[in-house]
Design a protein around this ligand. Sequence first.
Ligand code: PLP
Length: 335
Amino acid sequence: VSRHLLDYGDPLGFMPLREAIATYLREARAVRCEAGQVMVVSGSQHGLDLATRLLLDPGDRVWLEDPGYLGARGALMAAGARLVPVPVDGEGLEVARGIRVAPDARLAYVTPSHQYPLGVTMSLARRLALLEWARARRAWIVEDDYDSEYRYTGRPLASLQGLDRHGRVIYVGTFSKVLFPALRLGYVVVPPALVDAFAAARGLVDRHPPSVTQAVLAEFIAEGSFARHVRRMRMRYAEQQAALVEAARHKLDGVLEVSPAEAGMHLVGWLPSGADDRAASGTAQQVGVEAPALSTFRLRRSGRCGLLLGYAAWAPSELRAAVDTLAAALRCVRS
Ligand SMILES: Cc1ncc(COP(=O)(O)O)c(C=O)c1O
């Protein structure tokens, strides 16, 4: 270990890692950035917390995807934001609805590559409309690109940030999904005009990210291991998703409608209309299957009920066994 790694470091992070991240994001995600704009953080949650505290005043209105990510909701509430739920349809966040309900919002939080939890990809028209609103209103957009590496069909999608010509997007990414969550490493790509403010704030919060883990990760990326790992995991997760869809087709017909998805690490299983997803999730939990209720992620009490089915952590045989167990439990409750 070189001695400089033991001293205080840059509040934005270890430069070789920031360079590796910038190169990766330019090539894989069409993010427009230089290493100087990349801040290494302790996972996306840290990035969301810093960004919302810096960019918002208490009472500011914020558009939030509904249903949406609870981690973002919590960070925004902690920053004193007034949440404006904006529904998500087949094209992603309903931008026109957001503009109608709260044109003066200060910030919008979105997951355009793979909406969490519904899995929708935001259309180009919606992306452009969102960017145009942010430009005209001088609002901020927080793009959470948490699992974009796992896209199985079609061309890799460019980020929303890559379309931004006015420095309105704060891009947040994480190594939690591509490597592992306990690593606690993620990154924020900050518009050039905000870099100094983010660096100053970061210095006051925790000075800088731990240098030794950053150096290890920088080397892991530089030697090509990261790219190999992502390729391998993408193939494995595609197989696991296919196993889950196939098992669900055979065993869950009539109780849970599960379709394949182009991306991600989970699927949504739709319950028949009128079903209560929190009760179904409780039933699943009792038989040892973790399947969070979709309604937990909703701000408004409306919309179809469903269960979230994660498939990244289990082998195909384990997924098949879980589907058998879940099917038996859900059928038993229905009959
Ligand atoms: C939408 C979304 N963003 C980010 C994350 C990852 O958070 P972190 O990087 O803090 O581990 C997750 C994990 O579940 C997520 O679902």
